[in-house]
Design a protein around this ligand. Structure first.
Ligand code: 5GP
Length: 212
């Protein structure tokens, strides 16, 4: 079976990547969401094993030492890491793995896995980002300021990504995101196992049975 793709989706905090991923997951088959590990405390409504695996700093450090992370980074003061095992489980079953990670993590995965598809979600302006992050109301004033300050350098990295999707209207941006993922699945080099068996069926067919 052909392995699934690694799809990296990144944006500044509040850029809307989580919303877009939630929009496309139900309608796109064969996608698997990589659930990261984090030392951040759960927000109201978040569940261990659904949004994240919430772990202690000691547990996180042990996973680093055991080489369990494909990448990990400190983001806005907390640690976040992507599990190698989960990615392997998803992609070896033929599904595409969605990695919703920050820009540093995205760049690290691009280095390690050059075939990964990288997508940057760009808010339509700084003011819109600020308004969305403020309206989300999930961070205290300090954390909100950190996230907004970090966004200045994060957006500068757009040029390292294969695709940039401007998230102005969710229905449009989510359609564009789904198109990129579907488009990548049609690349010749990503379907060689299937294509070769189709081509073989032509080579093995008995040409003399074809009526003129
Ligand atoms: P939040 O605390 O808002 O859930 O996430 C903060 C940032 O960390 C977001 O940009 C999110 O995409 C990123 N993030 C989540 N999981 C990972 C991960 O496994 N690795 C890295 N590098 N960043 C992550």
């Amino acid at each position: 079976m052909q392995k699934g793709n690694l799809i990296i989706i990144s944006s500044p905090s509040g850029g809307g990547k989580g919303t877009l991923i939630r929009e496309i997951m139900p309608s796109l088959p064969d996608l698997g969401y990589s659930i990261s590990h984090t030392t951040r405390k759960p927000r109201f409504g978040e569940e261990h094993g659904r949004e994240y695996y919430f772990v202690s700093r000691e547990q996180f450090d042990e996973s680093i030492a055991k080489g369990r992370f494909l990448e990990y980074a400190e983001v806005h003061g907390n640690m976040y890491g992507t599990s190698r095992e989960q990615i392997e489980d998803i992609t070896s079953s033929g599904r595409d793995a969605i990695l919703e990670i920050d820009v540093q993590g995205a760049l690290a995965v691009m280095e390690k896995v050059p075939t990964a598809v990288s997508i940057f979600i760009l808010p339509p302006s700084f003011e819109v980002l600020r308004a969305r992050l403020t309206a989300r109301n999930t961070e205290d004033a300090n954390d909100l300021a950190t996230r907004l300050r970090n966004s200045f350098t994060e957006v500068q990295n757009y040029s390292r990504f294969d695709y940039v999707i401007v998230n102005e209207e969710v229905p449009v941006a989510s359609r564009n995101l789904a198109s990129v993922i579907c488009g990548e699945r049609q690349r010749r080099d990503r379907q060689m196992a299937r294509i070769e068996s189709i081509i073989e069926s032509f080579a093995g067919a008995n040409h003399s049975t074809i009526a003129i």
